[in-house]
Design a protein around this ligand. Structure first.
Ligand SMILES: [Zn+2]
Length: 375
């Protein structure tokens, strides 16, 4: 098996389950990708990330190009070896984070120039340079370089930006070249405008990609608006290729996106929240810093098999969070990533069994109960 392929195995309503095959291993879909921004999923060892059930990680081009640089990672054997993760890696194009993090941005037809948020040094990203960086990193799934305005934005701005991104998608495809076993994904834009989304999907299909992302969502529009867009956007994209919703989300966002035909997602939320004491459980969000947990001998979730829930009390997790011990971020991140992967496995099984509606009802009803009562 040396090529990249997607095998759609079952559907239930608009929800899909399947397997993406890559030379570095299979990705079961729907898939949640933990974010390894700076060549690490913060507070986790790679084996631990794998133990949660993750098949694929996301790496950030913007962060890695600035530090330690793509050229250095290439000299050291590529990102997989550098960070000791031998399974698939998807890298973003850098475009989104240039827009959200960098200073003094200047956008032209050619690309974007900006100042590093780390040391103020000047850099440029173009479709060609983004493809080169992602190749140096050794990424298995490469994203087209694109641009997207924060929402709300006026329709003219969204249309102009989408058409620029489609011209960049063509340049990304040309610069990517012929790389067997590696995939290039196009990114649909168009904000919340159905006809612009359609125009974008048509432009991408004409170029042809191994997978397609729904971009430009989860940028402040809210869940209701995002779901309205997902009611049509995924189905504008080819059904025989993976569909990736970028930067989503909370557990109920993920379930709603899968119900609307999305196959892949990524988000920093489970790992970032693990470091700030916010825990996602079957029964909703728990804030471990809350004093109600200080004498509580019970686990976070009695049904969870992660190390935090198997071996530690809420009282311990509360204590180490308050004492700012590193094990706090380690245990809570592990739990959150484990819970996210458990959701994905549950959805994959339910879609394959044609019971996704029932699964969703149980998911929502369990969350609605809220956390267990204080002692
Ligand atoms: Zn747990």
């Amino acid at each position: 098996m040396s090529s990249f392929s997607f095998d759609l195995q079952a559907t239930d309503g608009r929800a899909r389950t399947g397997v993406i095959s890559t030379p570095r291993g299979e990705i079961r879909t729907p898939a949640f990708m933990p974010v390894g921004t700076a060549a690490t999923v913060k507070a986790m060892m790679p084996d631990s990330v794998r133990a949660t059930g993750a098949d694929v990680l996301l790496g950030n081009t913007y962060h890695l190009m600035l530090r330690p640089t793509a050229e250095r990672i290439d000299r050291l054997g590529g990102l997989h070896r550098f960070m000791n993760w031998d399974r698939p890696i998807l890298t973003d194009s850098g475009g989104f984070q240039v827009m959200s993090l960098a200073g003094l941005r200047k956008l032209t037809e050619e690309g974007v120039t900006f100042k590093s948020h780390i040391d103020g040094s000047k850099h440029a990203l173009t479709p060609e340079r983004s493809m080169e960086i992602q190749r140096l990193l050794g990424s298995d799934i490469v994203m087209c370089f694109d641009e997207c305005p924060a929402l709300p934005a006026d329709r003219d701005r969204i249309a102009e930006s989408m058409r620029l991104s489609m011209r960049w998608a063509r340049r990304s495809r040309d610069a990517f070249g012929d790389r067997p076993g590696h995939a290039l994904f196009g990114i649909q834009q168009g904000g919340l405008e159905q006809d612009l989304r359609e125009e974008s999907a048509e432009a991408l299909k004409e170029i042809g990609f191994e997978g397609y992302a729904v971009g430009g969502l989860a940028v402040g529009e809210g869940q209701e608006a995002m779901f309205s867009c997902l009611d049509y956007a995924p189905e504008q994209l080819p059904g025989d290729k993976p569909r990736y919703l970028m930067g989503v989300g909370k557990p109920d966002d993920i379930v709603g996106a899968v119900a609307r035909g999305i196959d892949m997602m990524d988000c920093v939320l489970p790992s970032r929240s693990g470091r700030t004491g916010q825990v996602f459980t079957r029964r909703g969000v728990v804030n471990i810093k809350n004093a109600r947990h200080s004498d509580d001998p019970r686990p976070l979730d009695e049904y969870c098999t992660c190390p935090a829930c198997s071996n530690y009390s809420r009282a311990y997790l509360h204590h180490v969070f308050r004492a700012q011990e590193m094990i706090s971020g380690m245990l809570l991140t592990w739990h959150n990533l484990h819970y996210y992967q458990e959701i994905m496995q549950g959805m994959r099984d339910a879609i394959a069994a044609d019971t996704f509606d029932t699964w969703q009802k149980v998911f929502h009803a369990t969350r609605a109960q809220g956390d267990i009562d204080p002692l």
